[in-house]
Design a protein around this ligand. Structure first.
Ligand code: AMP
Length: 127
């Protein structure tokens, strides 16, 4: 079940501020508070969806189309389209991926060479 008290829900309600890059009726993009690369922006849908599967199961076709289009609009605005260096999108889903905030978000990373997709393999805790 969707947790209405997650931090991104609070940002959407205007209870917490963010460094906003883009907004339309369906999506909001803002700077990650703890950037991992030169450019690190998060794109979230405005509806209540806890992760990508929840979104694909419940969102309307227009919500899905507008959310994914918003990613490209943000990328264009940031000047990091494929013709301008490129970027990476990541969405963490669930425990194994280390999802911290239970509201669907896509990380957009760019502005510099990003290196390998997964640089280290975490060691299993028990051998
Ligand atoms: P994930 O691990 O994929 O759930 O990523 C959650 C991301 O949200 C992390 O990169 C955090 O740095 C970021 N984050 C957490 N709180 C905020 C906030 N108030 N404003 C912007 N980014 C945030």
């Amino acid at each position: 079940m969707y947790d209405k008290n997650n931090i991104f829900a609070k940002i959407l309600r205007g209870e917490i501020s963010c460094n906003r890059y883009f907004e339309n009726n369906y999506a909001l993009a803002f700077e990650d508070i703890n950037p991992q690369r030169e450019i690190h922006v998060l794109v979230i849908p405005k509806g209540e969806f806890s992760d990508l599967d929840d979104f694909n199961n419940k969102a309307t076709d227009i919500e899905i189309a507008e959310f994914f289009r918003a990613i490209t609009q943000v990328v264009r605005q940031l000047g990091i389209s494929s013709s301008s260096g490129g970027y990476r999108v990541i969405s963490n889903i669930g425990v194994n991926a280390g999802q911290e905030v239970p509201h669907l978000h896509f990380h957009i990373l760019g502005g510099e060479p990003l290196g390998r997709m997964l640089s280290t393999r975490p060691l299993k805790e028990n051998g």
